[in-house]
Design a protein around this ligand. Structure first.
Ligand code: PRP
Ligand code: URA
Length: 215
């Protein structure tokens, strides 16, 4: 897939990130290791996705003297995981910016149709003035991401970013067609979807692997 047709897509290419994603892909990686690695990856992605974060000149006093230095104001930020799997990414973001707001959107994919279904939505007030970072490790058909962005917009969000770990070309195409203005950060662009709309090679079911609910 030629990503140059989608200037809103940022493929993150750090070797450490690739290494950690390979750990997630390995079917032998147990939940006890999978979950902390998802968090580490989220932290690395946050570093890049928050690159344009504004800072406020703030007076502080070092042991030597008073000085004015840049500080991040987290109250203007909102991190929104798509339940369940997005939950695995939240701590990576909030550990970097503990003062940020956190909202939640609950969506599950119907196993037969692969269509997303909404079951939960709790978002902070004042979303229209915040930079909103939607979090979900997997962008497969794109249906969940597209629906979640609709929900965010319905609640007033105007400045939205989407951070994923693994994306399929089909999902990137669909997402970008629906949201050409939303920056999309991905850690890997995989080959294709299979007949069950799972990403190949992918990592399997992200929610199951994070929470240990597979069989
Ligand atoms: C997974 C994943 C995404 C969605 C991606 O969630 O975390 O939300 O599928 O697929 P899509 O791009 O085709 O919509 P799932 O619906 O399996 O729910 P879960 O996290 O609760 O397991
Ligand atoms: N959801 C997942 O968790 N994995 C996939 O490969 C596709 C959707």
């Amino acid at each position: 897939m030629d990503l140059s047709a989608h200037p809103n897509v940022v493929l993150l290419e750090h070797p450490l990130l690739k290494h950690k994603i390979s750990i997630l892909r390995n079917k032998l990686t147990p939940t006890s290791e999978f979950r902390p690695v998802v968090k580490e990856i989220a932290m690395m992605e946050a570093y890049e996705a928050l690159r344009d974060l504004p800072t406020v000149p703030t007076e502080i006093e070092t042991p030597i003297e008073k000085t004015v230095q840049p500080m991040v104001v987290g109250h203007n930020l909102c991190f929104v995981p798509i339940l369940r799997a997005g939950m695995g990414m939240v701590d990576g973001f909030t550990e970097l910016i503990p003062t940020a707001h956190v909202g939640h959107i609950g969506l599950y994919r119907d196993e037969a149709t692969h269509e997303p279904h909404e079951y939960y939505c709790k978002l902070p007030k004042g979303l229209e003035d915040m930079e909103v970072y939607l979090l979900d490790p997997m962008l497969a058909t794109g249906g969940s991401g597209i629906d979640a962005i609709k929900m965010l917009r319905k609640h007033g969000a105007k400045h939205i970013h989407f951070v994923c770990i693994i994306a399929a070309p089909e999902g990137v195409e669909a997402f970008c067609e629906a949201n050409p203005d939303v920056p999309l950060y991905i850690g890997a662009l995989d080959r294709q979807l299979n007949e069950n709309a799972y990403i190949c090679p992918g990592l399997g079911d992200a929610g199951d692997r994070i929470f240990g609910t597979q069989n």
